[in-house]
Design a protein around this ligand. Sequence first.
Ligand SMILES: Cc1ncc(COP(=O)(O)O)c(C=O)c1O
Length: 366
Amino acid sequence: MARMHNFSAGPAVLPLSVIEQLSCALADFQGCGLGLMEMSHRGKVFDDVIVGAEARFRKLIGVPDDYAVLFLQGGASLQFYMSALNLLGPGERADYLMTGVWSTKALKEAKRCSDAVAVWEQEGIPDHVPHPGSYTIREDSKYLHYTSNNTIYGTQFSALPEAGDRPLVGDLSSDIASRPVDVSRHAVLYAGAQKNLGPSGVCAVILSPWAVEQSRRADRLRPGGIPSMLSYDLMVKKSSMFNTPNTFGIYALDRVLAWVEDMGGVAAMTTRNEEKASLLYGELDRTGFWRPHARTDSRSQMNVTWRTPSPELDAAFVSEAAAAGLSGLKGHRSVGGIRASLYNACGIESVSALVSFMKDFESAKG
Ligand SMILES: Cc1ncc(COP(=O)(O)O)c(C=O)c1O
């Protein structure tokens, strides 16, 4: 089997050992004579899977005991709306830090059901994240929303944004489990699984006790109440199983988390991710040929974005890299250029192979 070095932004590379376990689960799961995708989500076998996945997730991410954990469908994109719908009553306020496409989408959805506004934004294509003091939170706003890592532009908060006594709502889709996070500062923290946690189709959502209480309150305040499938309170009461969950996706998430545990946990991932990112940024800064996008104080360790001196060379780089076994390096369709995603499961050997290809490319074309 010849697997390429995979730099895809998501769905993204999974550890090979996880893929092997998943293939075993397809035909006969744990000797049941049935594949995991073929059995009831209400049975004991799947119950053990989801309970185990939640316990592992709580331990690895450091979720406080009084917080709830959900595994939902609808991706992070549904959470853009669901978080505002549940945390706010009609016309109530929330403030947003606009660091890229995903925060723009989050704000757009929140505006449908609340008085949500941008309190910080950068003109043009964002190349940095805000620093404390560069924005003011409105007095009666209930939370501050931020996107921890901007998958498209390759910028990332190096510390939690300043929010005074307001709780944070964080979209951690592209950097969850890549480094430690203080969950207790958050009312809601959500992450689509398809970058660092597993396959698409599962979204991990962490809720503070206040967030669950707000959900009950919003249900009372909103005319007609909150639709069942969008209610945090109901999803918590039903332990993510109000309807049929993504059973296979949740098992895959559990296996990815078990791999993270075996590798030494989130602390080991942090070191591994720092090493990979510094190897690649080191090459980008070496000669002046490459044009890294993000400002140095906002560089992402998960998605590294850059250009060559011309769009034609960018295209040549991406196609020659693919021919050399390096996949998924094309920048997002909205910005072009080059992007290498270095999620947890991307190994240092893949980054070394990329850097060595970059050196050859520069010698040939620079
Ligand atoms: C930071 C961020 N937020 C949200 C999303 C949207 O996620 P989903 O496709 O799961 O709705 C993405 C997808 O790439 C993302 O990178």
